[in-house]
Design a protein around this ligand. Sequence first.
Ligand code: SF4
Length: 373
Amino acid sequence: MSVKQVIAEIRKELDNFTAVRKWKEETGQKVIGWFPPDVPEELIAAAGALPVGISGFRPETRLAEAHLPRYVCSFMRGSLEMALRGELDFLDGVVFPHACDTKKHIVGLWERNCRFGFVHNLLFPRQLNLPSAQKYYRQEILRFCSALESFTGSKITTEKYQHIVAIYNQNRQLLREILRLQGEKQLLSNEDFYLVVMSSMLMPKTESNFFLTKLLNELTHGKGSQNMVPVVLSGSLVETNGFLKILDNCRLIAVGDDLYTGYRYFCLDVDGEDMLGGLTKRHFNQIPYSGYYSERHQKSEFLASLATERRAAGIIFIHLMFCEQENYEYPEVKQYLDRKNIPSIRIELDYQTQAWGQLSTRLQSFAEMLGVV
Ligand code: SF4
């Protein structure tokens, strides 16, 4: 089987959420959607439900715009559109981490218009360096556990949790290995790589592990082309169509990122022995994210060292239009990278855009500047 065939199989499972629908039909259990970042999916799975990451890559958001102004980011408009169109009809509940103002304020709309049996707000601390932050995080985790248990009617036992953590850690290890090989051999296009990461959010993890193992096997034996210029992507999330296709055409390949639909999703395993301690440790050791503040962990330094470590020629900031927190943080990060002579470019995206011409020209120029001939 070739890499292309494995990717085609994965695509088939994702089409119209086939894998999720099949799981629900076979098990008769609940499916709980979650918005990124940092929702501890392991707890949802240990409570007997299937966690599914919600994406919002919709070209048109007519229904959502009856409820939301245009200056809400296209991710949140797109996901509400999907829900209003009934495309997420397999969901029994949804979890909102309050990691940005948009997610915080949109919950009421989902509650009123989508009527899921379970809507949970995860109020994780935004200032990670405060002395009370870890204690507060642990309380939130306990509150989440008890909400899940009463919704699913299933207790989160130590045995169940440890069993789930082993499967989830394996999934993350497989993704990290695929990313490592991307840096070495560049066998997957940008579009396919981020589709693979996304598939892990959208499939039961045992099924995802099956596909990732198959893919890894093909990638390990495949011969790399090495005719792409390596770059690092920075932002919140990336959709798997337009922008990534342009990146592929410009012969720029992502070998690292800080996206919550990318490396942030799989960079850290969790310790299964001590549930509260393990989840807390992971959360507070995560890579920097613009929604959280921590003096200890600066995004500028992180990106510079990631680019060096992954031998990237430059950094592409992919910012969603109207994502305020990314905009606030950007000038400082950019100045730091300039001082370090790391080339970078900032692209502002809207997932409802259909006109990619100007963006393509800008990325082409950036690619030429980095040495693509
Ligand atoms: S893209 Fe920005 S504004 Fe939109 S949900 Fe993510 S963090 Fe919030």
